[in-house]
Design a binder for this molecule. Structure first.
Ligand SMILES: [Zn+2]
Length: 314
């Protein structure tokens, strides 16, 4: 589902480009109208590769020597999707391949259905990731995506939790990539947050429950480590600040200006009917219930036109 949602999201780039700065709007206008040829993909890739490096999603190279008409190959170093998951047993990229397929579709004005599959991945034990991008179906794609089963997800979850607790208790870096550094890449997360407008109520519920489960687990780990209630909350707030999810302040209430979750919802939803930081609310609820036996409720949300998002603690 995430593959299709990412692809759909990126394919709307032409419509979304009205919100981009003029330099990027201009770049979009200069893109070739057909992406069959190697030279056209090269033209498309250069600004996109620069953007990916800048936002730290990965260092992308077009593999010109093995690519041909309507079959393009890319190598990605230090992919933000896959970096911490070496040898997890599957191809892990959920953002760059599907996003590239959607972008090609958008650039060609939906004339062809593009798809992409990871052919090498840090998750499979390779030293870098590679993906193939073609117009039309890819027979192996479904198997590759469905290989991420519940056992793999558990292993992914354990590695993320291990990193997070290492950061919260011992100040270890969350990520540490040789060229792209230790900053967190939030763009792909933002896309994931904005999908409720495409995927509906069950997706909202999944975000809320996922957030709650993780928040509770983090809270329980911090309690088991012997932290005081206030210290546990303080460390998690510092973690949110470190990840730059927005400008976070915590006192009687918790406020987040420019929260990455509502920012994307606002961008993609014309008229949200309720506060829609589903994951953040779930996460804070899980945390506060584990640490302080309290709950939170979102009382302001940027997506509703408020100047910031705010949660009361009850
Ligand atoms: Zn990968």
């Amino acid at each position: 589902m995430k593959y299709e949602l990412n692809k759909e999201d990126a394919s709307m780039m032409r419509e979304m480009s009205q919100f981009f700065p003029w330099q990027r709007r201009l770049l979009f206008k200069l893109m070739p109208e057909n992406l069959s040829q190697v030279k056209d993909i090269k033209k498309m890739l250069s600004p996109i590769a620069a953007f990916c490096r800048q936002e730290r999603s990965g260092i992308i190279e077009y593999l010109e020597d093995v690519s041909k008409t309507d079959e393009h190959y890319f190598r990605v170093y230090e992919s933000s999707d896959c970096w911490a998951f070496d040898n997890v047993g599957v191809a892990m990229a959920s953002y760059l391949p599907s996003n590239s397929a959607g972008m090609c579709q958008g650039i060609e004005n939906g004339k062809r259905n593009w798809n992409a599959i990871e052919t090498k991945c840090i998750g499979l034990g390779d030293p870098y990731c590679e993906f193939k991008l073609v117009p039309g179906e890819i027979d192996e794609l479904r198997d590759s995506l469905e290989a991420v089963d519940s056992t793999i997800m558990e292993s992914v979850h354990d590695r993320l939790m291990h990193r997070l607790i290492g950061f919260l208790l011992d100040g270890k870096p969350l990520v540490d990539r040789p060229s792209l550094g230790s900053e967190i890449q939030l763009h792909a997360v933002g896309h994931t947050f904005s999908f409720p407008y495409l995927a509906g109520e069950r997706y909202q519920m999944a975000l809320r429950m996922g957030g709650s489960k993780v928040g509770r687990e983090v809270g329980e780990h911090l309690m088991e480590a012997g932290l005081s209630h206030d210290e546990a909350v303080k460390r998690v707030i510092n973690f949110l600040k470190h990840c730059k999810v927005g400008k976070v302040t915590a006192g009687e209430t918790i406020k987040i200006e420019d929260n990455c979750e509502s920012f994307y919802m606002k961008l993609n939803t014309l008229k949200p009917e309720e506060a829609c930081c589903y994951f953040t609310t779930g996460f804070l609820n899980g945390l506060f219930s584990a640490v302080k036996n309290q709950r939170v409720r979102e009382i302001k949300c940027v997506a509703l036109g408020d100047p910031y998002c705010e949660w009361e603690i009850i």
